[in-house]
Write a protein that binds this ligand. Structure first.
Ligand code: IMP
Length: 401
């Protein structure tokens, strides 16, 4: 396996966790490169359910090294809590298998307070996760972030907090005291990782870059302003880790067999009827982080074709196809006239595909649906997921799995 990046091609929640976990088996190092604890990955491994929001998914495989890259905004309190939680589920996490880049900007308590206060006060709600993601990224480009490595030098930390407080108006001593209590515990994970990652890949180790959120939430190419505050596209893997883009040849695009979205903003194929409810119920479409109901709708091939282009997707992992099992017909958005979707209707298969592992076992209508989507998005499907477990998977291209 060569280095690869895994990204969502829709609005996030496509089921990245399962694919990242499958691919992690082949990788030596797993890197997160953007977002923060606004992400939510659920991993089902045998009878254990792991809910991760900040730690790279590879953390649950004890022979892997995981990295939080500089493109992430990192809440150190949340990180330590998540480490504790995963340890309590029997996984060993040591400083040699979790590295945090020293140039990673931190999410501080004033960021989440500001995020939530703004969402309450504004007439233009984004429906953020309230985790301080936007304000932390603003501070990064505003040159007033506290970076992970700043904690090594308390004088520097004090100076940086003072600059931030000139903007935010918090009590420096209070925040300083709060961060000092976790300083030693946190610092054991903090390293200059870009050089190390480049050395590792040059020595033939395989790196998997794990995206969060989805392409339609990208701050440049998403449904602005209803987006997250980071670049979620594959190109960010390079900036957010320090591994140059020409060392990351594969891009796996995670795509759900229908569309979902959490929070505000346009979603042209949204369904407000029984079928929408059916998808939400069968697909268990509740946000991992906030518990909010996800909006559900038909597959938008125009959108996914575009995000495949923007990311340079080399292979699609097609997720949650079994959620469509009981529908008598299925629509695909194939075009737009002004902002109105134009649909093509295909017959449903009305039989369970849960757990299938062979393409040839799928009902003919399911095969037609997949073939149609592949043709419309102009990108090969390399994997079909037929359930949450690792083995509920149809692998169409063995070279990656
Ligand atoms: P923020 O990332 O908390 O600033 O939220 C901005 C938008 O991105 C909101 O619509 C959130 O619901 C959405 N969002 C953030 N993280 C995720 C995710 O992991 N999955 C799906 N939507 C997300």
């Amino acid at each position: 396996m060569a280095n690869l990046v895994v990204i969502g091609t829709q609005w996030g929640d496509e089921g990245k966790g399962k694919v990242v976990d499958l691919l992690a088996e082949q990788a030596d190092i797993i890197v997160r490169f953007q977002g923060g604890h606004n992400a939510g990955h659920t991993l089902v491994i045998e009878d254990k359910v792991f809910k991760l929001s900040l730690l790279p998914s590879g953390i649950i495989r004890e022979d892997k090294t995981t990295v939080i890259g500089n493109g992430v905004v990192l809440d150190p309190w949340v990180l330590l809590k998540e480490i504790k939680q995963v340890r309590s589920q029997g996984i060993s996490i040591t400083a040699d298998r979790l590295l945090v880049a020293d140039n990673t900007p931190l999410i501080m308590p004033y960021h989440s307070n500001l995020d939530q206060a703004r969402e309450k006060a504004t007439s233009n709600k984004i429906g953020t996760t309230g985790r301080g993601i936007g304000p932390a990224y603003e501070d990064k480009v505003g040159r007033r972030s506290i970076k992970a490595g700043d904690l090594k030098d308390v004088d520097l930390l004090w100076k940086r907090l003072k600059v931030a407080s000139e903007y935010h108006g918090f009590e420096v001593q209070q925040v300083f005291d709060e961060i000092i209590t976790i300083r030693d515990e946190f610092l054991q994970y903090v390293n200059p990782v870009a050089e190390w990652l480049n050395e590792q890949t040059d020595a033939g180790k395989n790196i998997m870059f794990e995206g969060a959120q989805g392409s339609m939430l990208d701050v440049d190419f998403g449904t602005y302003p209803y987006v997250t505050s980071s670049n979620t596209l594959a190109g960010m893997a390079s900036i957010g880790s320090g591994v140059p883009h020409n060392k990351i040849p594969h891009v796996i695009g995670i795509t759900k067999a229908y569309t979902t979205r959490v929070g505000e903003g346009p979603m042209h194929t949204e369904l407000h009827d029984d079928i929408g409810w059916h998808l939400a119920e069968v697909g268990k479409e509740k946000g991992t982080v906030t518990g909010r109901d996800r909006r559900c709708g038909w597959f938008d091939a125009v959108q996914v074709r575009k995000t495949c282009m923007l990311n340079g997707v080399t292979g699609i992992a097609f997720m949650k196809m079994d959620v469509l099992d009981q529908l008598s017909f299925i629509k695909i958005c194939v075009d737009y006239i002004d902002d109105t979707p134009v649909y093509e209707e295909l017959p449903g298969w009305r039989t369970s595909t849960v757990g299938m592992t062979q393409y040839s076992d799928l009902p003919i209508q399911a095969q037609q649906y997949i073939d149609k989507i592949e043709e419309l998005i102009k990108t090969p499907i390399v994997l079909i997921s037929t359930g949450p477990e690792r083995d509920q998977t149809i692998v169409l291209n063995n070279s990656l799995f």
